[in-house]
Design a protein around this ligand. Structure first.
Ligand code: NAD
Length: 556
């Protein structure tokens, strides 16, 4: 008997083979009531389970019933977390088979509330907490991780959790949730995923005062102390998990750009908030062209919010527009930003952060978004400010006056932070808006037409990018890979999606989408000499064969 090869794990490594109660307590191997009579006899399970043997389909139905009886989203999140901690195969089968119902529960918007309540709902640790007090011992702590050879790490320092701000150690819900999506949406085996929270303190005073806060109750470390901590962390990851791909997640923007820049070539890593968001938004813009009829190079984008997400999207748009023949300067001049101080322009009088400088064009001062829309006549309005109710009726109506099909993307998460709702976007534009949001909105009926909003969320991008980089064993995740991911995603939008006004594929297609993106990313790695593996003849088939499929193996 070999539990590992049966589970398809042998491609990666050989975990241990427990029996009896130890087997039931191992969520990666546990089948619960689905252990067969033969397995119960062979593995010392007889008597530890009630006699009736269930199929996984029956277990899914039973779990679904229990889940749906929970009174609210956070109770459902707690139920799903407990299931994940008990039986990962069943958890992923449930999530994969009911992806549209489950993703909003295990990710945005519910994960936002789950982070806020992480301390009070904390039952069993998942992932590693490494605090600034652990300096000098980080490699040792990484070696405490019970699985050998982590291949995929998502790490946060909790400073900018969704649009909710600094949640310190409570941010752990995000790496846990993102890694669940890697498995559910792209079939990365859960054994090789490792969520990490770096606790450097928090500037959220409420947490300092909370007697039950789970993290360090002190101000955030900054400057040299912070940089030295991160440098030690990166060195430790390289030495303990040399094959790992690392995703920087929900760092504050003063650190996010620097860390990406400083480490992307030293450690195979990317920043999802900057690069993943960029690719998903660009894919939406490319797909929208099939409804508006224009070319990408002729679009004018106006962003609300000039942070990681906004400037990331603009940078990737520039790369795509250059492929259509624009110079870098011309492409940049198609992107404009409004931040909390008004339109970002060259002589605004304040010291602009470095990431804004390429988009600080020569233009008179414009204090508000409404005036900026009026002055610039954009074709697309992209909300990445984390500030709700900022796409007002006046602004959306003006976009609809300027464009036959205005593109309105309210990408801020969670739902409570979206710049406008789907209903508002459609109602205020006479149903002409091409709308997408970061968190899901229900379809909207307006004057007899059903509008289905797209979910412009990086869930469409990062699982496939990560899978492609992992399987090809790429040394780096390049900007070109994100561009390829965006183009692939846009191609996968079907005519029937567009007919409903949706510029993203249905979430039910997510595993095929991730496979397509992983193929494009792996092909880029092979073509650019970044892959440590030789290119297999059938790249898609090779990746498909390595995707974790939540089915029980036979252990006897
Ligand atoms: P960030 O902190 O780097 O940037 C936020 C920017 O918004 C800053 O430039 C800030 O000045 C500006 N801003 C804040 N309030 C504003 C206001 N009232 N008017 C104008 N500008 C304002 O954060 P980020 O990483 O860029 O994320 C921003 C938002 O985008 C968050 O809500 C996040 O959840 C969302 N986001 C969504 C996705 C997705 O997949 N849909 C991905 C990443 C980020």
């Amino acid at each position: 008997m070999n539990l590992t090869t049966d589970r398809g794990l042998s491609a990666y490594g050989e975990p241990p083979q427990p029996r009896g109660a130890q087997l039931l307590n191992d969520p990666l191997l546990n089948k619960g009531s689905a252990f067969t009579d033969q397995e119960r006899d062979a593995l010392g399970l007889r008597g530890l389970l009630p006699p009736r043997v269930f199929t996984i389909e029956e277990q899914v139905q039973r779990s679904l019933g229990s889940l749906r009886r929970k009174p609210n989203a956070i109770e459902k999140y707690i139920f799903l977390t407990a299931l994940q901690n008990r039986n990962e195969t069943l958890f992923y089968r449930l999530v994969t088979d009911h992806v549209e119902e489950m993703v909003p529960l295990i990710y945005t918007p519910t994960v936002g509330q789950a982070c806020l309540e992480y301390g009070s709902n904390f039952r069993r640790p998942r992932g590693l907490f490494i605090s600034i007090k652990d300096r000098g011992h980080i490699a040792e702590i990484l070696r405490h991780w019970p699985h050998e050879g982590a291949r995929l790490i998502v790490v946060t320092d909790g400073e900018r959790i969704l649009g909710l701000g600094d949640l310190g150690a409570l941010g752990m819900g995000i790496p846990v949730g993102k890694l669940s999506l890697y498995t559910a949406c792209a079939g990365v085996h859960p054994y090789y995923t490792l969520p990490i929270t770096l606790d450097v303190g928090t500037d959220n005073e409420k947490l300092h005062e909370d007697p039950f806060y789970i993290g360090l109750r002190q101000k955030r470390a900054r400057g040299e102390e912070y940089d030295a901590f991160i440098a030690e962390f990166v060195a430790a990851v390289r030495s303990v998990f040399p094959k790992a791909l690392l995703q920087w997640e929900d760092f504050g923007n003063t650190n996010a750009f620097r860390l990406l820049h400083d480490y992307r070539q030293k450690l195979c890593s990317f920043n999802d908030d900057i690069q993943g968001t960029a690719a998903v938004a660009l894919a939406g813009l490319i797909a929208a062209l099939r409804l508006t009829g224009g070319r990408l190079r002729d679009q004018k984008l106006l962003f609300l919010g000039a942070g990681e997400a906004g400037t990331g999207i603009a940078d990737l748009f520039v790369a795509a527009a250059r492929e259509e023949g624009l110079s870098e300067g011309e492409a940049r001049s198609r992107c404009w930003f409004v931040d909390s101080k008004g339109l970002v322009v060259k002589d605004r009088g304040d010291r602009l952060a470095e990431h804004k400088l390429p988009y600080a064009h020569v233009h008179p001062i414009v204090p508000t978004l409404a005036e900026a829309v009026n002055a610039l006549r954009p074709t697309a309005l992209i909300g990445v400010s984390g500030t709700p109710a900022t796409f007002t009726q006046e602004i959306v109506a003006e976009m609809a006056r300027l464009n036959a099909r205005p593109v309105i993307f309210a990408l801020s998460n969670p739902t409570s932070k979206a710049e406008c709702t789907a209903e508002q976007a459609y109602a205020w534009s006479d149903g002409r808006a091409i709308f997408a949001s970061g968190s899901p909105f229900a379809p909207v009926e307006l004057n007899g037409t059903r509008h289905v909003p797209g979910q412009g969320n990086n869930i469409y991008i990062f699982p496939g990018v990560g899978l492609g980089a992992l399987v090809s064993e790429s040394r780096e995740v390049t900007d070109g890979m994100f561009l390829a991911a965006a183009q692939t995603l846009a191609q996968l939008v079907q005519p029937e999606d567009l007919a409903m006004g949706r510029v993203y594929p249905a979430l039910t297609k997510i595993r095929e989408v991730s496979l397509g993106i992983a193929t494009a990313v792996a092909e880029a790695a092979y073509a650019q000499g970044l892959a440590a593996r030789a290119r297999p003849a059938d790249v898609t088939g090779d990746i498909r064969g390595r995707m974790f499929d939540p089915k029980y193996p036979s252990y006897v």
